[in-house]
Design a binder for this molecule. Structure first.
Ligand code: TTP
Ligand code: MG
Length: 379
């Protein structure tokens, strides 16, 4: 059975949803982001990309490049709604779907050539269903593995469909630039340039010792990728995951201030883990075990993504108010659930950006000096 992996990535996702909902924006350079000089561009329509506007650029810079650009605020709940519609279509087409972010996923389509006349038809069907059912366009890559499928979906954006046949893998990727390989960043590209290497084909024929010099322990993986080999499976159950921490006390707690202190510490740990793994969540649960060993959980589900310590703390503290202190508390736990992969999400609001930066600064300290280095003293 031939292995076929599909990568689907929506075109200019947030901007396309804005153009869908506001027909007067169609065909125009739309820039999605906060309208403050200090906010950043989340994404922009392809019409705005012609002027050089890009994701993560400051709004100020985007305005300079494209003065006629129409700046619209981020409406995350609406994008998540469309995202769920798209993911639902994927789940109807394959039993193995791995969501990578709000607008992209891998689908394992192996063994499905029989259902469709050929694999191209499967690609066309996904694109057609997305267009008809959500009003949006997607770019699709079909290839023997994840690495190649992701490259393929990007090659003919927007509204693209690129197929890399099994027999043509090497000739297909050989002329592509080395930067297409995940893990070959700017610094590695500079180093490779010193050896005259710019394409994946040249990288593959490079002496292994040089590869080791540039990539260290990742040299072998890079060599495999440069040959078009990637055996990573499509892993579907991300959404079911949760990240939590709990602590059992040597002496039962009897006051809110003691509990608050513990919750603060737990929230810091959970938030750090959440962000380190690139997740955002929707549900926060506080778990309590009383001195008589009875167990109680309290949950709250938010309509927006949770990834900052501040949000986890505010919600957990609210839930803590529901906890009775009469019996004494033996254990407290905090969990963030309903996870999705959100590493690239950029909300674009100034306040959110400030929170994000503060959390990043905390995480950097913890990465360098260990988790014990810092925690919030007061709620
Ligand atoms: P992408 O798929 O990277 O970008 P896109 O869908 O806007 O454009 P295309 O795929 O056609 O190149 O990201 C999906 C969404 O994630 C994007 O619409 C907005 C959001 N996002 C941010 O908020 N900040 C970022 O820096 C990036 C890259 C994306
Ligand atoms: Mg996209």
């Amino acid at each position: 059975m031939l292995r076929w992996i599909m990568h689907v990535d929506m075109d200019a996702f947030y901007a396309s949803v804005e153009q869908l909902d506001n027909p007067e924006l169609r065909g125009l350079p739309v820039i999605v982001g906060g309208d403050h000089e200090r906010s950043v561009v989340s994404t922009c329509s392809y019409e705005a990309r012609k002027f050089g506007v890009r994701s993560a650029m400051s709004i100020a810079m985007a305005k300079r490049l494209c003065p006629q650009g129409i700046i619209v605020p981020v409406r995350m709940p609406r994008y998540l709604e469309k995202s769920r519609e798209i993911m639902q279509i994927f789940h109807e087409l394959s039993p193995l779907v791995e969501q990578l972010s709000v607008d992209e996923a891998f689908l394992d389509m192996s063994g499905m050539e029989g259902i469709y006349c050929n694999i191209r038809e499967a690609g066309e069907l996904v694109k057609r269903r997305i267009k008809e059912e959500t009003g949006l366009t997607a770019s699709v890559g079909l290839a023997p593995n994840k690495f190649l499928a992701k490259i393929a979906s990007d090659l003919e954006k927007p509204d693209g469909l690129t197929i890399i046949e099994h027999a043509k893998v090497k000739s297909f990727i050989a002329p592509l630039k080395v930067g297409r390989i995940f893990g070959v960043g700017k610094a590695a590209q500079q180093q490779l340039l010193q050896y005259g290497i710019t394409t994946i084909g040249q990288l593959h024929s490079l002496d292994f010792h040089i590869l080791q010099k540039v990539f260290g322990k990742n040299a072998y993986t890079i060599k495999q990728l440069a040959e078009g080999i990637d055996s990573r499976p499509v892993v579907p159950e991300r959404e079911a995951q949760s990240i939590g921490r709990e602590v059992t006390f040597s002496e039962d707690l009897h006051t809110y201030s003691e509990c608050q202190e513990e919750i603060l510490w737990l929230c810091g740990q959970v938030g750090y883990r959440l962000r380190r793994q690139g997740f955002v969540g929707r549900t926060v649960t506080v778990k309590v075990k009383y001195a008589d060993f009875t167990l109680k959980t309290h949950s709250y589900t938010s309509d927006r993504d949770i990834f900052c310590d501040e949000d986890i703390i505010t919600i957990s503290m609210g839930l803590l108010k529901k906890v009775s202190l009469v019996k004494g508390i033996r254990l407290l736990g905090v969990t963030v659930g309903s996870l999705s992969f959100g590493a690239s999400i950029n909300l674009g609001f100034e306040e959110e950006e400030r929170l994000k930066k503060r959390n990043e600064a905390l995480d950097n300290l913890k990465n360098r000096f260990g988790e014990g280095i810092i925690h919030r003293g007061k709620y």
